[in-house]
Design a protein around this ligand. Structure first.
Ligand code: SF4
Ligand code: SF4
Length: 136
């Protein structure tokens, strides 16, 4: 009985269109909520590193000193954990997949350097001496 059912299923499948697409030759229609790939609006990022700590796939590297945010595309599982925890809401899930590649794709985003703040000028020497005398 089971083999009869299986045979019927095989025969039906022979004349049906395949359920899969020849990706990437044939692109599917992306849905609005497709979890494709993560993008960072790097100018909003404060390099706090929370996304890196929460990433279950270790796909993120944040470097506060060099102001860089790096994602290993082939490690990312599109879980959106990083998006949920980001305090600046600068991460987005785009609805297009990263293009297929034979190599591991790593994307590095670098923030613009902070505007330099004016350094307070040292007081003239005479004033310093005067203060020093007062304290003594
Ligand atoms: S959590 Fe958001 S603000 Fe913090 S480093 Fe990640 S992307 Fe930048
Ligand atoms: S979507 Fe998930 S796996 Fe991908 S970088 Fe964010 S936290 Fe990591």
């Amino acid at each position: 009985m089971a083999s009869f059912k299986l045979g019927r299923m095989v025969m039906r499948s022979l004349f049906k269109k395949p359920a899969t697409l020849m990706y990437p030759v044939i692109q599917r229609e992306w849905q609005e909520r497709t979890r494709g790939h993560i993008e960072n609006e790097i100018d909003e990022c404060i390099f706090c590193g929370i996304c890196q700590k929460k990433c279950p796939a270790n796909a993120l590297t944040v470097d506060k000193i060099s102001k860089s945010w790096t994602i290993a595309r082939m490690q990312c599982i599109q879980c959106s954990c990083c998006i949920e925890v980001c305090p600046k809401k600068c991460l987005k899930n785009m609805n297009i997949y990263t293009s297929p590649s034979t190599e591991k794709v790593v994307d590095r985003y670098v923030g613009s350097p902070q505007e330099s703040k004016p350094v307070p000028k040292a007081a003239p020497e005479e004033e310093n001496e005067a203060v020093g005398e007062k304290v003594l």
